[in-house]
Design a protein around this ligand. Structure first.
Ligand code: ADP
Length: 588
């Protein structure tokens, strides 16, 4: 029986119905004559409250709300990649084609193309026993990614028929599954999944591999694990977008999900245009072949923005289930939190800190908790890593969104306005940033990069920390009075900052640097430090050491040594030895 209610009150995106009309919590509903999509967010004896994902102006009390019996879900099937969606998985391009610029209200479009025929190769046969997660077919979704069509979670039985290889649409039946009770289910390429419920996996692994990004300050100093979480907080112009683009382009994730919650419409359009133009350096094909964009601008309804992060993470989990490593970039979670605040205000809830609802923390944790490295139901391994940008007003990290995010992420890449101002990029502060993944990743680095990689990394951090405390003294009384060993520390810290931490995203060699080169760069800097230390202990003054251009030569290794010419590092070792001998000879 169709369950309906009558609109009693409307307050922006929030609609109330008097009494309990039999809807359930989280149920998706159609609101009003235009059948706008909404979701039940609160039920009491007195009122049923619904948030509507579209503009409600013009709607009137008395209009009818119809229950759908389903929770707000996304459609999962080939066609997700290389697509741009709104917060509830409506494709922006399709909608724009038919309705002009942005989504018109009550506009029913399919999330995915239902007419396109996909080249399908079946990988199961009649009589096979299958479970939730079993891969039944493979479809080349884009030149970059093979889509694995899976049995939906929670279903098992025998296949009583299997289609031949061929071209199929997402709704064609590929196989028929017979359950233990004899009922039959047609398996197509499509699964529906409620966005607020994590997709199941067989088990979670402790994280053990880094998400390699090719960015030195991240990979060497503050690495994020595959299946890990990181926050990038920073004010306007500090490099959040550049950092996320670099990770999207260069990291070893198979699939990128970019959730954009923009300040203004045109800002989001710019991001979308930029992303569409990016080329995947690994294949030379468009990066969009392995990317999904979820776009929300401030002129789209806030409720869709609130849902967008869950839509994004559900899509990510779906590709994880196929055995892929997926990285989510959410930019910016501050705009998302503002959507929560606005909805909460409309619901007349008791505000907590700075007007954000008391459940800000639990919502943030529900998002970041869905990251992880797992064994999937079908036995494959996959991961979802989440990197969230935070844009606190005025770059003040003490505000609630930054502070609460810090509780749920294990990696913190703090952008520093002063560094950006000096054009030290990436402007990630080496003093305020941290990664709690180092102990988990240490053995991976030892096995795959070098046994003393982490030790060397710790030495680098220690020199930078010493620099920061020495600078306090220098500020007070000047640098001249420092003893020579401390002057050396400052000089090596300068080499680390300019030669290692600064990385130019626009330079062809420097934009992405393999771990092997990061390791050799670090070793060369520390070798120079060691040799110089011996000279200083022999009584050579720093002023004499500085007469040699070796420090600046080491700084420009990043540009002078091509990523595929790591043999050149031998020359630098020899040059450092020569510098050492020369200083001794000159001062003998
Ligand atoms: P945000 O998204 O935080 O507002 P952007 O990512 O747009 O900031 O960065 C602002 C500017 O800083 C860029 O246009 C670019 O000129 C510079 N920049 C940021 N990161 C780098 C980098 N790694 N290399 C070179 N320039 C950078």
């Amino acid at each position: 029986m169709e369950r309906t209610g009558k609109i009693y009150g409307i307050n922006g995106p929030v609609i109330t119905i008097k009494g309990d009309v039999g809807f359930s919590m989280g149920e998706m509903v159609y609101a009003g004559e235009e059948r706008l999509i909404g979701e039940v967010i609160s039920l009491t004896k007195e009122f049923t409250t619904i948030q509507v994902y579209e503009e409600t102006s013009g709607m009137k009390p008395g209009e009818i709300i119809t229950g759908t019996g389903a929770t707000l879900s996304v459609t999962l099937a080939p066609g997700i990649l290389n697509n741009i969606f709104d917060g509830i998985e409506r494709p922006l391009s399709e909608v724009a084609k038919v309705s002009g610029d942005f989504i018109s209200r009550g506009f029913a479009v399919d999330s995915l193309d239902v007419h396109k025929e996909w080249d399908t190769t079946m990988v199961v046969k009649k009589g096979d026993k299958v479970y939730g997660g079993t891969i039944i077919a493979e479809v080349p979704e884009t030149p970059a990614i093979i889509h694995k069509v899976m049995v939906p979670p929670g279903m098992d039985g025998y296949l009583v028929s299997v289609a031949a290889d061929g071209k199929y649409t997402i709704n064609d039946t590929l196989a028929v599954l017979q359950k233990a009770d004899g009922t039959e289910v047609n398996l197509t390429m499509v699964q529906k999944w409620p966005i607020r419920r994590p997709r199941p996996s067989a088990r979670r692994f402790p994280v053990s591999q880094p998400l390699v990004t090719g960015q030195r300050i991240l990979d060497t100093l503050f690495p994020i694990a595959k299946g890990g979480t990181a926050a990038i907080p920073g004010g306007f112009g500090t490099g959040k977008t550049m950092t996320q683009h670099s990770i999207a382009k260069w990291s070893d994730a198979d699939i990128i999900i970019y959730i954009g919650c923009g300040e203004r419409g045109n800002e989001m359009t710019e991001v979308l245009e930029d992303f569409s133009k990016l080329i995947d350096p690994k294949s030379g094909n468009p990066l969009m072949d392995r990317t999904v964009l979820i776009a929300n601008t401030s002129n789209m309804p806030v409720a869709a923005r609130e849902a967008s992060v869950y839509t994004g993470v559900t899509l990510a989990e779906y590709y994880r289930d196929m055995g892929y490593h997926v990285a989510i970039m959410a930019d910016s979670t501050s705009r998302w939190a503002e959507a929560l605040r606005e909805l909460s205000g409309r619901l007349e809830e008791m505000p907590a800190e700075e007007g954000f609802p008391a459940y800000l923390a639990s919502r943030l944790s529900a998002f970041y908790e869905r990251a992880g490295m797992v064994q999937n139901l079908n036995g494959t391994e996959g991961s979802v890593s989440i990197i969230g940008a935070v844009s606190p007003q005025g770059g003040d990290f003490s505000e609630p969104v930054t502070q609460n995010t810090k509780r749920f992420v294990r990696c913190f890449w703090g952008l520093d306005k002063a560094l950006a101002h000096e054009r030290h990029f990436p402007a990630i502060s080496w003093l305020s940033s941290y990664s709690e993944y180092l102990p988990d990743l240490a053995s991976w680095y030892a096995d795959h990069v070098g046994s003393d990689f982490i030790d060397n990394r710790n030495q680098l951090v220690s020199i930078l920390t010493q620099e920061s405390s020495l600078m306090e003294i220098v500020k007070l009384i000047g640098g001249d009075v420092l003893p020579d060993d401390q002057k050396l520390t400052l000089e090596i810290a300068r080499v680390i900052r300019l030669g290692f931490l600064q990385q130019n995203a626009f330079h062809p060699e420097d934009t992405c640097v393999p771990l092997a080169k990061q390791k050799l760069m670090m070793e060369t800097i520390l070798y120079l430090y060691q040799k110089s230390k011996v000279l200083i202990s022999m009584g050579m003054p720093m002023s004499v050491l500085k007469e040699d251009p070796i420090f600046d030569r080491v700084i420009s290794i990043k540009f002078d040594v091509e990523n595929n010419r790591l043999d050149k590092f031998d020359d630098y070792r020899k040059a450092i030895d020569k510098f050492y001998d020369d200083v001794i000879a000159r001062n003998a």
